[in-house]
Write a protein that binds this ligand. Sequence first.
Ligand code: NAD
Ligand code: ZN
Length: 254
Amino acid sequence: MTASAEALADAFGRAAALLAGADSVAVLTGAGISTDSGIPDFRGPQGVWTRDPAAERRSNITTYIADPQVRRDAWRIRAESAMFSAAPNEGHRALTHLGDRLHTLVTQNIDGLHLQAGTPADRLVEIHGTVHRWECVDCGARGPMEEALERVRSGEVDPPCPICGGIMKSATILFGQSLVAADLARAERAAAEAEVLLAIGTSLSVFPVAGMVPIAVTAGRPVIIVNAQPTEMDELAEVVLQGSATELLPALIP
Ligand code: NAD
Ligand code: ZN
């Protein structure tokens, strides 16, 4: 074995032992767990923002409300999005092997793939919301996204809310919007309470969610990071596994 292969094998062994020995595991996932399901991340080499910086405007609540062109673009992109036909991969499925040892799975993803893979809804926090529902910015009405996409496909380029005529968006948290306080509290509690925190496929650069890592460390809990590239918080982790979540997770959580 080369020195780097030996180092990876050693890190893998330590991570597997930490996970096998824990009665409760908190998990934080980001866009990287879903790239092998065909959904690009934001900041990886093929990331949406890496390739098209203008895309960031569609993720901002102020520009979304102020600029009808931003909304028309957003609806057109939603109507064509790979997110609605994507299926969970081996990484999502491996996390279901934690069974009752899963304390809480906090995902920054809005693609719904953890639910589809079978993670129980009562242990899942979709902290940035879900694309599978729409919501009205003005009256708060919500409904299934498919309803809204049908309207877009039949020619409504920026469909108004069916209840109040206001601005509709996907039920996701855009930049400039606050998280749901109860969801954030659950995430922070999970980081402090679970015996181990496993962070997967996230650059750990979006706050306050990334704050789960320092919270775990402060509470004396080891953190395992699985990511294709270095993250903002590698130096806080007990173990860093650089590689593919789809390959590593089935081996880590058999
Ligand atoms: P990010 O784009 O900042 O980071 C993703 C990280 O995953 C990168 O560091 C990348 O190197 C790594 N990665 C990519 N493919 C991987 C793989 N197969 N295995 C292991 N690592 C891999 O994503 P983030 O930290 O989640 O933050 C971005 C924000 O974007 C989130 O808040 C989320 O709401 C949103 N987002 C969601 C989706 C989705 O729902 N699938 C997709 C894009 C962005
Ligand atoms: Zn409304």
